[in-house]
Design a protein around this ligand. Sequence first.
Ligand code: SAH
Ligand code: TMP
Length: 406
Amino acid sequence: MTKCLISGAETETFLSFGKMPIANGFLEAKDYPNEHFFELKVGYCPESKMVQLTELVDEKKMFHENYAFFSSTSRRMAEHFRRFAESVRETFFASSEDPFVVEIGSNDGIMLQNFANAGIRHLGIEPSANVAQAARDKGIETISEFFDQKVAERIVAQKGQADAFLAANVMCHIPYLHSVMAGIKTLLKPKGVLVFEDPYLGDIIEKTSYDQIYDEHAFYFSVTSIEYLVSRHDLEVIDVIRQPVHGGSMRYVIGHKGARPVSENVGRQRAFEDQLGLHDPETYRKFAKNVAQSKNDLLELLNGLKRQGQRVGAYGATSKSTTVTNYCGIGPDLVEFISDTTPIKQGKFSPGTHIPVVPHEVFAKNPPSHTLLFAWNHAEEILAKEQQYRENGGKFLLYVPKVHTL
Ligand code: SAH
Ligand code: TMP
């Protein structure tokens, strides 16, 4: 049994994927002997309702000067963050004379560039030094640190309190969330807001998108579990807004308790979660069964294609794909290569099962008959880009919400 990182109560482990490597640990063949593996297991806490990993990987093993994920590889995400920034400015900056915005996990500046370009005071906090440097190169003020309560206190002393504290796809990465929330409590002005978004547990359960589960994602949030967490820091969820990105995300707006009106969305979503069974351990047992079924279906499809002598490649060397390839046992015998536009991943091999990662040109020059879409969360953008491939008879294989061919 493992204790909940939020409540301290015992968690119930409901799913184990076995040995897993670092999801973003794309590597060279010479580094195979040193590859780090851990036990990927997920538990549910009946007290805080928080779904979480029960064994964690040291953050310095995941976030460092060779971090492989550059946010700006997706045009659609750049547009998403432009609108995110615009809504923050319109909704929360109107009454502030010299607004100040802080973002953690700011990566290569995909969100903060929208504030920097408008001349708004900003600060990015990004521990992965290479992506932080990419942001600085664009003129975005960024410090390379892991955010916690101490860092927050230093920022307040040096720069004062913030009008908005933003976080996208990073809050769920941080195991020490009590320190983070205490820091945010200190950092926010009396009317300041925390706005963050992460993949939504409701979507993961409904779509069996088990590939959201990997080392970096310590938590799988719901409105209910976030309310449990923030209420311990005298903060309050004032709005929740579903987002279509990353296979279904939730944006949470949080203020100091009583400082702002609470939207009806919050109660509505809480009721939806109850209905969906997110507070019933049986839901998680069912999810585990669906995950095993998804694995069987995908392997049946890939093995069938192999028997027919078809060529199968993959698209998007995502961190999510590390869970799929290692859990299902998909190596270069079933998938020839993974096409990816990120230079730091190209020429390397996928973590654990060692499928070669190649630039998109390799895919375009000699396309396989079938392409497993690991970046299914970017399907719209990718299918539009690869219209010609499909017109020429190429097929995409997807496994969310169920294994199917496009
Ligand atoms: N916000 C971007 C990047 C998400 S990836 C986007 O949505 O595309 C998560 C990022 O969080 C990584 O760049 C990682 O280095 C950073 N990160 C991890 N732990 C952190 C912490 N404690 N404080 C600040 N950033 C952190
Ligand atoms: P993500 O799902 O974590 O956002 O990662 C997407 C990965 O897919 C990233 O490595 C970039 C890659 N990618 C492509 O290779 N081509 C594309 O058109 C898109 C949108 C992403």
